[in-house]
Design a protein around this ligand. Structure first.
Ligand SMILES: Nc1nc2c(ncn2[C@@H]2O[C@H](COP(=O)(O)OP(=O)(O)OP(=O)(O)O)[C@@H](O)[C@H]2O)c(=O)[nH]1
Ligand SMILES: [Mg+2]
Length: 427
């Protein structure tokens, strides 16, 4: 077994929260008041890191205003009228979490993930989608139509699509429109491989004629602050790897170091990147050496024969985005041990990674259940880490900290002067 690669030093997470994201965040509560269904998009490769907790407050308030005070029970699903808001005779209020770009994750994890989410967040409906899979778009379109049909008195239903940058919001809406409206539907919304393309709320887009379903596309919103320390840095690198953060904010070689580390952990003997190097190449524990070899392999040389490692790094990240991620997550034989007796690690996307133990030495339904348990543990760990960051203040930036301090001071002052007035009035 080759020596393990140490966890690389990661750059601290940059702050990327341009004005248009701030504007949309402020606009959201008013927008929700005329929204019936929220489609919240996440990237299937980062089902936990691509959650925008910053929008959660506005969504919870919207749900509470529409009579959904309990967030956990009873579990609701848009396909079960008895449990839906309509079952209580109130306005429609549905939230569908769409795990988009499912073509980038292996299918073996989809069902266990769905079940793990159901166990942990019973009030969330999870739908996997890919713009390349018409079946996914069709079932989502049918889901929306079935929600709209449950309220025959409403003249129309409004859907709002939200999520982090580049998760595929505009693409999904174009596909839903294509699916729901008969005849030729020219591409209504512009899309781009770069994050931050949509900068303002779209005009209303018709998704279905009968019943009438409309939708708004929104700009992707990043968290104003990804967190301090290693955890925040790792969140930033993961998001940069899926092209969720403006590219120029990251040194691409730092992304490669992290990628190399994760691919080595998943398969220390034959990591996925060896498939793009000459046969017989041994795993790398040094990112610079790896990039030099890759530059030679790809014939990326500068004048004078120097290796163009920056170009090789960009190529490698693209390779991982398009196919390497899938190759690295393919299920190896169900052997819990490596040849030297160490326990193997397995992953699904970039948020889920676990140690392979005896419980996973099985196939079929038993294997699905074993994966589900591992995924539930990862979700618990992620929730615990987020709580810890929140409690210790690691999750807020110095600017936010200052703002919070100022707000608290103002609130204390207001309470003091209110008490003074009350005392005067009583005297
Ligand atoms: N492989 C794959 N690519 C997708 C999928 N959906 C979208 N994309 C691609 O992802 C990129 C981003 O898509 P957009 O629809 O512009 O993403 P967005 O969420 O609207 O991005 P912002 O407007 O920047 O927030 C584009 O290059 C799309 O072609 C999918 O399901 N699978
Ligand atoms: Mg967009």
């Amino acid at each position: 077994m080759p020596p393990a690669m140490p966890f690389p030093a990661l750059p601290s997470a940059p702050s990327w929260f341009p004005g248009h994201m701030n504007r949309f965040t402020k606009q959201l509560p008013a927008l929700l008041s005329r929204t019936d269904v929220v489609l919240e998009l996440r990237d299937s490769r980062l089902p936990l890191t691509s959650i925008n907790n910053n929008l959660e407050g506005a969504i919870n308030k919207w749900r509470a205003e529409r009579g959904h005070h309990s967030t956990q029970f009873p579990p609701f699903s848009p396909l079960t009228p008895a449990n839906s808001s309509l079952g209580y005779g109130g306005p429609i209020c549905e939230r569908i979490v769409v795990l988009n770009k499912r073509d980038f994750v292996p299918e073996w994890g989809v069902e266990p993930f769905r079940r793990a989410m159901k166990a942990k967040f019973p009030d969330q409906t999870v739908h996997f989608a890919s713009c390349n899979k018409p079946r996914d778009i069709k079932s989502l379109s049918e889901m929306l139509v079935s929600i709209a049909k449950r309220n025959p008195h409403a003249t129309e239903m409004n859907v709002l699509v939200i999520g982090m940058p580049n998760v595929g919001k505009s693409t999904l809406l174009n596909s839903l429109r294509n699916m729901g409206i008969s005849g030729r539907t020219p591409k209504a919304l512009q899309t781009s491989a770069q994050p931050g393309h949509t900068r303002a709320l779209s005009t209303r887009l018709k998704l279905s004629e009968d019943p009438l379903v409309y939708s708004y596309d929104s700009p992707g919103v990043m968290l104003p602050f990804l967190g301090r320390g290693d955890r925040g840095a790792e969140r930033g690198v993961k998001l940069a790897l899926i092209a969720g953060i403006k590219e120029s904010l990251y040194d691409v070689e730092a992304l490669v170091a992290y990628l190399l580390y994760r691919l080595n952990v998943l398969n220390p003997i034959s990591p996925a990147y060896l498939t793009i190097l000459p046969p017989g190449t041994r795993p790398f524990t040094d990112a610079d050496e790896f990039l030099e070899q890759l530059a030679i392999r790809l014939n990326m040389l500068l004048r004078g024969g120097e290796k163009d490692t920056v170009r090789a790094a960009k190529w490698f990240v693209e390779w991982w985005r398009n196919e390497g991620g899938l190759v690295s997550a393919s299920v190896p034989e169900n052997l819990p041990m490596g040849s030297d007796g160490t326990l193997l690690r397995r992953g699904w996307g970039f948020d889920f990674e676990w140690t392979v133990d005896e419980s996973m030495n099985c196939t079929g339904k038993a294997f699905e259940s074993a994966v589900q348990i591992k995924m539930e543990e990862c979700i618990d760990e992620s929730v615990r880490a987020a709580d810890e960051d929140e409690r210790s203040g690691v999750g807020i930036s110095t600017t936010q900290e200052r703002k919070r301090g100022w707000q608290e001071k103002q609130a204390r002052r207001a309470a003091k002067s209110k008490a003074k007035w009350a005392a005067r009035k009583a005297a």
